[in-house]
Design a protein around this ligand. Structure first.
Ligand code: ZN
Length: 272
């Protein structure tokens, strides 16, 4: 079940709410306006995943057509098959940047997508996320351009840069490197017709495992390998980084990507 964080301070949520209000009529709209930001957890929900994105993909030309409700909602939709999980969307313009102490302390896995607004994340939030992972065992999943997000860099402790970033029509074949890894469960090799090519080396600590690898094919026909899914243990927590997910491509609607992320949430969750 998805519990949408319906803060009206988010541009995306506000636009969505307006549309819904027109559709639902005044009575429902009034009820919606009075609804608490966070609904009650579903009966039997044992765990919480928060899907956070910065609120730019639903605004910018080229991506708003693909992600009209921002990337967090697309990712959250893909997590619906998970049972026993409360799924929450959050964004930068929400109160406490979407992760106040109560919410973060009750979060088992945090999924993050950021691109342009890394610098706006408060150091306090970065420190709280880092502490939740290292000491509390919260899982952290970083998507694509999140490699430069402050929480991810703090967890890695390295530059987290790639050698290059190219959007030139490169495609990629993603291969299941470790079929026994929980993140690969039910996923077969698949291709993305376009990907923003992030070139190795990726300046992160040596991962504990690399369940997903890829081979880029550039427009001139040459190929280049690249890691697509990397796993680390950081303190008590587990961290997964997924290379695809550029905002102008529909990766987060694809069944293979959704299966990988469902698997990753379960893998990254702390054992209870
Ligand atoms: Zn990108």
């Amino acid at each position: 079940m998805i519990h949408q964080f319906s803060s009206v301070s988010s541009n995306g949520s506000r636009a969505l709410s307006r549309r819904r209000m027109i559709k639902l009529g005044l009575a429902s709209a009034t009820a919606m306006a009075l609804a608490p930001a966070l609904l009650q957890a579903a009966p039997g929900a044992r765990r919480r995943v928060v899907v956070w994105s910065e609120g730019t993909a639903n605004v910018d030309e080229g991506s708003k057509e693909v992600y009209p409700h921002d990337i967090n909602h697309a990712v959250a939709d893909g997590l619906k098959p998970l049972t026993g999980w409360e799924i929450i969307t959050a964004t930068l313009s929400d109160p406490a940047q979407g992760l106040d102490a109560d919410r973060l302390n009750g979060t088992d896995v945090l999924i993050w997508w950021g691109h342009k607004r890394h610098g706006d994340i408060s150091d306090d939030l970065v420190n709280r996320i880092d502490q939740r992972v290292r000491e509390g065992g919260m899982g952290f999943i970083g998507l694509h351009s999140t490699h430069f997000a402050k929480p991810f860099k703090k967890l890695m402790g390295t530059a987290c840069s790639w050698r290059e970033y190219v959007t030139d029509g490169t495609s990629v074949k993603i291969s299941i490197k470790d079929p026994a890894h929980p993140i690969c469960k039910g996923v077969k090799d698949f291709s993305l017709p376009k990907i923003e090519r992030y070139g190795e080396q990726f300046k992160v600590p040596t991962p504990d495992s690399v369940p997903l690898e890829g081979i880029y094919t550039k427009p001139n026909g040459t190929t280049e390998p690249c890691r697509m899914g990397l796993c680390w243990k950081v303190g008590k927590g587990r961290v997964f980084y997924f290379t695809p997910g550029h905002e102008t491509y529909n990766d987060f609607f694809l069944p293979e990507v959704r299966q990988i992320l469902c698997n990753a949430v379960q893998w990254a969750a702390p054992s209870k």
